[in-house]
Design a protein around this ligand. Structure first.
Ligand code: NAI
Length: 418
């Protein structure tokens, strides 16, 4: 097994400084790290982590290492790696296989290299490692106690595998923890997506018609942040309750065929395929901007856009200009990949603090309980979710109300009160 595949080990110092900065904004993970250092609950296990290689992930890796785990880290997206972070981790002796901008072949080579560590636990953001193990490396499954999945799209894939009886080890859906979804998906994706678009384009949101496709946790965050910057936000949703919620939250709601005609900026965040496609490009305004913050680069039908175009110009970093046959121009950001990771830093550390605290505690849980679990997708145990919330509040110096004995009895009884 190689020690690392990274861009340049000379970037390590810059990476270390940025990791240290984010560590200061991740107090919950730090608490867990201190506890892991004392108790070493992961002694003797190997973890393959296929996650966005960012400063926040580096702090998760440090926590797992403090717990005694051997680690191989690989990227969960070819465009999200922060090369200085990869260098910093490699210089500490952690096995890292990730280079920003790697092609699809290199991306899978890196996962293959990481799997040589022979994992007992897998961590995924999009289920790529689990999919590869199930299709190509079934010999590894015997020693695997379980896995964790970080994102909505991965959880959907894994639930489908479990329903087909194809999942061969237990997985914890870290994504579904309330202390993950409500903060990371909503506030993290909301802020960082807007940041990514601004970095790539420097456009003014105020006065623009901004179409957000998908009003789930991520979509709610993106919509509220875009409105905060003065955008006129339009929501495209397929699910009636979510669409209704968007209406009551004060947004205009309409199908993409209508929204396509009026939008200046389009952001997809559905986890679905071909949300913006040929018939939509055909009616878009000249100079419309399209981008995606959902997990895979399939939400925008890029081959259809290419088919409609005469020419594609790379006009600046992360901005491609598609010149259509009728001379309209459509701008695609970050090749349709996660714009918040490709064109900005991804989620802020304050929210990743909670997501990765869930990850670290879920790895411990799998190590302790793994073989007694079934080959299913489990929610994060509620005690872990509550503990993360309590630690976060403590770190923020916020005290909350507690139930009196009388209130507790009242709330848990059907015979008291009227
Ligand atoms: P969610 O399930 O809460 O919301 C997705 C919404 O999209 C649902 O309301 C669904 O009805 C809607 N939808 C599905 N197909 C649609 C279509 N064709 N047109 C319009 N709406 C459609 O999921 P969540 O948590 O909001 O995640 C969405 C995506 O973002 C997933 O792929 C997830 O993996 C990804 N994600 C990305 C992050 C990032 O850093 N950019 C962070 C967290 C999640």
């Amino acid at each position: 097994m190689r020690d690392y595949i990274i861009k340049d080990i000379g970037l390590a110092e810059a990476g270390e400084q940025r990791i240290e900065w984010s560590r200061r904004h991740m107090p919950v993970l730090q608490k867990i790290r201190e506890q892991f250092e004392k108790e070493r609950p992961l002694e003797g296990i190997n973890v393959v982590a296929c996650l966005h290689v960012t400063v926040e992930t580096a702090n998760l890796i440090h926590t797992l290492k403090a717990g005694g785990a051997g680690i191989a880290l690989t990227a969960s997206n070819p465009l999200s790696t922060q090369d200085d972070v990869a260098a910093a981790l490699a210089s500490e002796g952690i096995k890292v296989f990730a280079i920003r901008g790697e092609n699809e072949e290199q991306y899978y080579e890196c996962i293959e290299e990481a799997l040589k560590i022979k994992p007992h636990v897998t961590l995924d953001d999009g289920a790529d490692t689990i999919a590869l193990i199930h299709s190509k490396h079934q010999d590894l499954i015997r020693d695997i106690k379980g896995g964790c999945e970080e994102t909505t799209t991965g959880v959907i894939r894994l639930r489908a595998m479990a329903a087909d009886g194809a999942l061969r080890y237990p997985v914890i859906a870290v994504n579904d923890a309330e202390t993950k979804m409500m903060f990371d998906n909503r506030y993290g994706t909301g802020q960082s997506t807007v940041h990514g678009i601004m970095n790539a384009t420097n456009i003014l949101f105020a006065g623009k018609t901004i179409v957000v496709a998908g009003y789930g946790w991520c979509g709610r965050g993106i919509a509220s942040r875009s409105r905060g910057f003065g955008g006129n936000v339009v929501i495209v949703e397929v699910e009636p309750r979510k669409a209704l919620e968007a209406v009551m939250d004060g947004f205009r709601v309409m199908p993409m065929t209508e929204a396509a005609k009026i939008g200046d900026l389009f952001i997809t965040v559905t986890g679905d395929i071909s949300v913006i496609r040929k018939e939509h490009f055909q009616v878009m305004k000249d100079q419309a901007i399209v981008c995606n913050s959902g997990h895979f680069n399939v939400e925008i039908d890029i081959p259809a856009l290419a088919e409609l175009s005469n020419q594609v110009n790379q006009i600046k970093n992360d901005v491609q200009e598609y010149v259509l046959k009728d001379n309209r121009r459509i701008y695609l950001l970050a090749e349709g990949r996660l714009v918040n990771l490709a064109s900005a830093f991804g989620h802020p550390p304050e929210v990743m603090d909670m997501s990765f605290a869930n990850q670290a505690l879920a790895v411990r849980y799998i190590n302790e309980k793994g073989k007694s679990l079934e080959n299913q997708v489990y929610r994060v145990p509620v005690e872990i979710d509550n503990r993360v919330a309590k630690l976060k509040l403590e770190a923020m110096g916020i005290e909350i109300e507690t139930l009196t004995e009388e209130q507790d009895r009242y709330l848990h009884s059907w015979t008291l009160g009227t």
